[in-house]
Design a protein around this ligand. Structure first.
Ligand SMILES: [Zn+2]
Length: 108
């Protein structure tokens, strides 16, 4: 890996350049806000929000429940709005594997 700022060679696992102190590589991009398909309880709003904010989904669910209870249904409406507004995450299709025909005698 090369530092983009001073051009020196750095080990691949280095996070910062030892010469100029700049951050190396790219940080992991935050997941887009979208409703999760896996691990969701209702519509994946809490799960998607938790993934987006990189926090525990249980925390978000508890928070949603507390808000829903203490605001007299406003939390439920907020959830419904999130359900409508937040797009569902795309289906990640498994990558097509090229099946190589096995070498050997042809099947009858
Ligand atoms: Zn550098």
């Amino acid at each position: 890996m090369y530092c983009n700022f001073c051009g020196r060679t750095m080990p691949d696992d280095a996070l910062y350049c030892s010469a100029c102190g700049r951050q190396l590589g790219t940080r992991v991009a935050r997941r887009p806000l979208e409703r999760a398909r896996e691990g969701r309880k209702v519509a994946g709003v809490c799960m998607g929000l938790a993934r987006h904010l990189d926090v525990d989904v249980t925390l978000i669910r508890l928070l949603t429940l507390v808000v829903a209870l203490f605001t007299g249904g406003m939390g439920c409406i907020a959830y419904l709005v999130g359900w409508i507004v937040i797009p569902e995450e795309p289906i990640y299709a498994p990558q097509a594997q090229v099946v190589q025909p096995q070498s050997g005698p042809p099947m009858p």
